[in-house]
Design a protein around this ligand. Structure first.
Ligand SMILES: Cc1ncc(COP(=O)(O)O)c(C=O)c1O
Length: 433
């Protein structure tokens, strides 16, 4: 019976003291994590296909990450990279700058979260270009601070009563081809969504020479794990280059090996001008990083900083995480992601409610619909399946309006995927019975 007595007791206290703005959808009170598995405070065991919202990339409490944190904790907890130097931050910056590639070199700004990485990109784009306007996409999630929230266009509840937000941002359609906003189909559409920027927007309302940056998720995350067509980012980059606009990739959810490549943009053959990173970068320690081309990150001393950003523990956790990702986890994400997606596509054949199965690597979603013909979104079915899965010991999260995301640790095994699939299918059957 869930929640167990201790979980129920703690949740009652939480109800009194913790901000009611959080969106807990089931009563999991986590106590201990190991690999893909979570124990709750009553000793119940769960298979975690959320990785703490795509964060615990190496699995819960990977021994090498824990050892790196412990070793660093014995030496130095904090000194503030804003005002002093310390080794882990310098070494991590060098590592990230190299990973981001490009021929002109990169520099790194450190914060504590995805929102801070995006916020830094937002400010740097203005600083470097001296331009005021920006483009972002409907369905995008870039974070909750006022700048990042202004770029976000995911759910109105995230913006309600917070206006006025930062001005000068125009949202445009993302290539959500399963439900094309232009009612066209790809590739016959000729990427109408990209052409619209030049043909309509830049001709009618937005002078391109006033646009600082285009913010884009390589794969839209909170919006529904939406994978754009192969040419999308290349075409976007062409437009950006033509008008001296910076292309900012928000890889907070899609980055750090999750899609089977270090950065999801690599699947599209595009090197962005800036990349925002967080979530999976440090296996659960708070860390955000903005990696920008060296000639773009040209702001002067004092123009931006963060007391805790890039603290020694998080940097060591990130260095251990990146080592594991490069050694084997990125390859495992590609391999297991393939197996997982193909298995879901197989399952889709016998379940009319599984409208769309999509994703890259271990960033996979199933979109739930009334039936495949009408494609009518079925949010309540999605919610039921997540609840049923929880009761059967599988942790899942939603994304978009009516999709379920699967974003396990990159260390997931095929046996764990099989267990997830068995429980998921049972949960679907029970919800549609
Ligand atoms: C693509 C993307 N950008 C930014 C953020 C914000 O990250 P944080 O919650 O760490 O501020 C998220 C969080 O889900 C995200 O998915």
């Amino acid at each position: 019976m869930l929640p167990g007595p201790e979980a129920a007791r703690l949740i009652e206290i939480d109800k009194v003291y913790v901000s009611p703005s959080y969106t807990r959808i089931y009563p999991l009170v986590a106590e201990k994590g190991e690999g893909l598995w979570i124990y709750d405070v009553d000793g119940n065991l769960f298979l975690d296909f959320t990785a703490g919202i795509a964060v615990c990339s190496t699995g819960h409490c990977h021994p090498e990450v824990i050892a790196a944190i412990k070793k660093q904790a014995d030496n130095l907890l904090h000194m503030s990279g804003t005002d002093f130097y310390y080794t882990p931050q310098i070494i991590l910056a060098e590592k990230l700058a190299m990973l981001a590639g490009g021929k002109d070199g990169n520099r790194v700004f450190f914060g504590n979260s995805g929102a801070e990485a995006v916020e830094a990109a937002f400010k740097l784009a203005r600083w470097h270009t001296r331009r005021e306007l920006n483009l972002a996409f409907f369905g995008a999630f870039h974070g909750r601070t006022m700048g990042a929230l202004s770029l976000t266009a995911s759910k109105t509840i995230q913006k309600k009563y917070y206006n006025p937000l930062v001005p000068g941002i125009t949202h445009i359609h993302y290539p959500y081809c399963y439900r094309c906003p232009y009612n066209l189909s790809c590739p016959e559409c000729g990427l109408a969504c990209v052409r619209w920027i030049e043909d309509t927007l830049f001709r009618t309302t937005i002078p391109p020479e006033e646009v600082a940056a285009i913010f884009v998720e390589p794969i839209q995350g909170e919006g529904g794990y939406i994978v754009p067509p192969p040419e999308f980012h290349r075409e976007l980059k062409k437009i950006a280059e033509k008008y001296g606009i910076l292309l900012v990739a928000d890889e907070v959810q899609s980055g750090m090996g999750r899609t089977g490549k270090m950065f999801a943009m690599e699947h599209f053959g595009v090197t962005p001008d800036m990349t925002a990173l967080a979530k999976g970068i440090a296996s659960g320690m708070p860390l955000g990083a903005l990696v920008a081309r060296a000639d773009i990150m040209d702001w002067e001393a004092g123009s931006h900083a963060s007391t805790f950003g890039g603290n020694p523990l998080s940097c060591q956790a990130a260095l251990a995480t990146i080592k594991l990702i490069q050694e084997k986890l990125m390859d495992n994400a590609a391999l297991q992601g393939n197996y997982f997606k193909n298995s879901l596509l197989e399952l889709q054949k016998s379940h009319e409610c599984m409208g769309d199965v999509r994703g890259l690597g271990l960033m996979i979603a199933v979109e739930l619909v009334r039936d495949r013909n009408s494609k009518k979104p079925d949010k309540s079915l999605r919610d039921k399946i997540i609840q049923n899965s929880f009761k059967k010991g599988l942790l899942l999260l939603g994304c978009g309006e009516n999709s379920i995301r699967f974003c396990p640790a990159l260390s997931v095994s095929s046996e764990e995927i099989d267990t997830c699939l068995d429980i998921f299918e049972e949960a679907v059957k029970e919800a549609t019975r």
